[in-house]
Design a protein around this ligand. Structure first.
Ligand SMILES: [Zn+2]
Ligand SMILES: [Zn+2]
Length: 242
């Protein structure tokens, strides 16, 4: 279940926001970036919106590309599975504002304590339309690839980003399940090694999305793997200052 929080105000994906944060912390969130519609990245979004309903006069902004946005509206806020909060309490003063973003077109989210956040969505290669994110604040950038199989553009952009401070990518399945990783467009330690060979910068690389049933197996395969860059598993609940 994937969620990150930047400066208390901006959530990146919404797999577990309502489980990870208190109601008061959830009410601080003003912006949510959604990389793709899979449930492990969106499941808590409807409950987040309900939990913060009526607290702020300004709506929460949800940013995603056109295809992701269509699916978010169709599946999560469709008045069947959950109310359409972009029309509640009414369409003039809604609780949620959907913001369509264009791939590789930077936009800025202001008002963060650490300074403006510049966001650039970069398409990756997953089984549903998905974008990674280049996130720049002050003089440092972080790339989050989101869920992806082997891909190129996000690594090219990482190599072009002079102020890159860290990169977060995935490793979902152990090597014995390579076929499953390939058809679902995820990485194994073997394909992660090939992806990391595309990265020419020496930056810390963090891993997320180790599938829970294979956690021990993945950890021992990663420890034994000959990776072009050292990797560190992201720790649940930890804060990273990059
Ligand atoms: Zn996914
Ligand atoms: Zn996922």
């Amino acid at each position: 279940m994937t969620s990150f929080l930047i400066d208390d105000l901006v959530a990146v994906d919404a797999g577990a926001i309502t489980r990870a944060l208190t109601i008061a912390e959830q009410r601080e969130i003003r912006h949510v970036l959604i990389t793709h519609t899979h449930m492990d990245h969106t499941a808590s979004l409807p409950f987040l919106i309900e939990n913060i309903f009526g607290v702020n006069t300004e709506p929460v902004s949800i940013y995603c590309t056109k295809r992701v946005l269509g699916a978010v509206r169709r599946h999560l806020f469709n008045n069947d599975t959950w109310p359409d909060f972009s029309r509640i309490p009414n369409s003039l003063y809604p609780s949620v504002r959907f913001q369509e973003i264009e791939p590789e077109t930077p936009f800025t989210i202001s008002g963060l304590p650490g300074g403006d956040l510049q966001v650039t969505a970069v398409p990756v290669n997953h089984i549903v339309p998905t974008t990674g994110l280049l996130l720049r604040q002050g003089s440092s950038s972080v790339i989050f690839t989101s869920d992806t199989g082997p891909t190129d553009r996000v690594w090219e952009i990482a190599n072009q980003t002079d102020d890159l401070a860290a990169l977060i990518t995935e490793c979902s399945f152990p090597n014995r399940l390579q076929e499953g990783a390939d058809v679902s467009l995820h990485l194994s330690p073997d394909t992660l090694a090939r992806e990391l060979a595309k990265l020419t910068r020496r930056v810390p690389v963090y891993l997320y999305h180790l599938k829970p049933p294979y956690l021990d197996e993945l950890r021992s395969e990663l420890a034994a793997a000959d990776l072009p860059h050292p990797v560190t598993e992201l720790e649940q609940g930890a804060t990273y200052d990059l």
